[in-house]
Design a protein around this ligand. Structure first.
Ligand code: CP
Ligand code: NVA
Length: 308
């Protein structure tokens, strides 16, 4: 079974093919309306379940539209409305869903829900975000970087802020796509050591730098994300904000990077917290291209999973 669970668990050649396929499919749409189908209909006759145990705008809409453009059908399920949220086991849910649908995308809390679903499903499973990683986002982000600036291999990507699930998938991508990665943020919010080690093992130069101004020096890309993720307790909000305030991405930080450096954020953004309006809406920002490319990258991921 070809699951898409994480970037570091997927063969680098397959990842490269998915990015290239996504660009080809994007180009082939030729400016047609979003509701129009693609010329090719690789998902014709296929049913895709999209399960959400957390809120979503981009993941939900981009997967739904992507499946329809490729000729398939979708059903969007909220975890709370399923028996899964009322005591049915993940393995039983996986077996049942496999009798109805051809592909499952799930956004959940603990990573074990995703891995258990994948273990027991007879159809491919895609990770639509867990507390630990967000691989579909970073596939779209790598695609976006390369559209604007060419190959990402050898570039310097700087993450400023919380070493969270999105940061983790960037680290995985550093190892697989061969770019360097600098994390700058407070020590209690460092990314997982295991993921740092993995990227280094694969030849990526990974640095942890407490001073954001030093970290941003010579960056090709600066990335950040919300200071409080969906899985974080709201009671920790004030403490996290106090720790993370020095790591806000603003014009002063962008000025330390290369003159043609880009800015990315997976969205949703909390403007004037982790990033200023000036950067979000400024010339370096490609945040809405990232959002668009979720659609194209995920179409390529689904085709790869289904082998179509
Ligand atoms: N970036 C992202 O995954 O957005 P949603 O939470 O809106 O899906
Ligand atoms: N780190 C954020 C990403 C949202 C797309 C979260 O998990 O809430």
């Amino acid at each position: 079974m070809t699951h898409f669970l994480d970037i570091h668990k997927t063969d680098p050649a397959a990842l490269r093919r998915m990015i290239d396929d996504a660009r080809t499919m994007k180009g082939a749409r030729d400016g047609r309306p979003h509701g129009a189908t693609d010329d090719e209909q690789p998902l014709a006759g296929r049913m895709v379940a999209l399960i959400f145990e957390k809120p979503s705008t981009r993941t939900r809409v981009s997967f739904d539209v992507g499946v329809r453009q490729m000729g398939g059908q979708t059903m969007v399920l909220s975890g709370a409305d399923m028996q899964l949220g009322h005591g049915e086991t993940i393995s039983d849910t996986a077996r049942v869903l496999s009798r109805y649908v051809d592909l499952v995308m799930i956004r959940t809390f603990d990573e074990s829900v995703l891995t258990e679903m994948a273990e027991h499903a007879d159809v491919p499973v895609i990770n639509g975000l867990t507390d630990r990683t967000h691989p579909c986002q970073i596939m779209a982000d790598v695609m976006t970087y390369e559209e604007h600036r060419g190959p990402i291999a050898g570039r310097k990507v700087v993450w400023s802020g919380d070493g969270n699930n999105v940061c983790a998938s960037w680290l995985h991508a550093a190892g697989q796509f061969g770019f360097d990665f600098t994390f700058t943020g407070p020590a209690p919010l460092d990314p997982e050591g295991e993921f740092v080690g993995l990227a280094r093992q694969k030849g990526s130069r990974v640095a942890i730098e407490r001073d954001p101004a030093v970290a941003a020096e010579g960056a090709d890309l600066i990335v950040t994300d919300t200071w409080v993720s969906m899985h974080d307790s709201q009671s920790a909000k004030e403490r996290r904000h106090n720790m993370l305030r020095p790591y806000q991405v603003n014009d002063a930080l962008m000025a330390r990077a290369k003159p043609d450096a880009l800015f990315m954020h997976c969205l949703p953004a909390h403007r004037e917290e982790e990033v200023t309006n000036a950067v979000m809406d400024g010339p370096a920002s490609v945040v809405f291209d990232e959002a668009e490319n979720r659609l194209h990258a995920q179409k390529a991921i689904m085709r790869w999973c289904l082998g179509v």
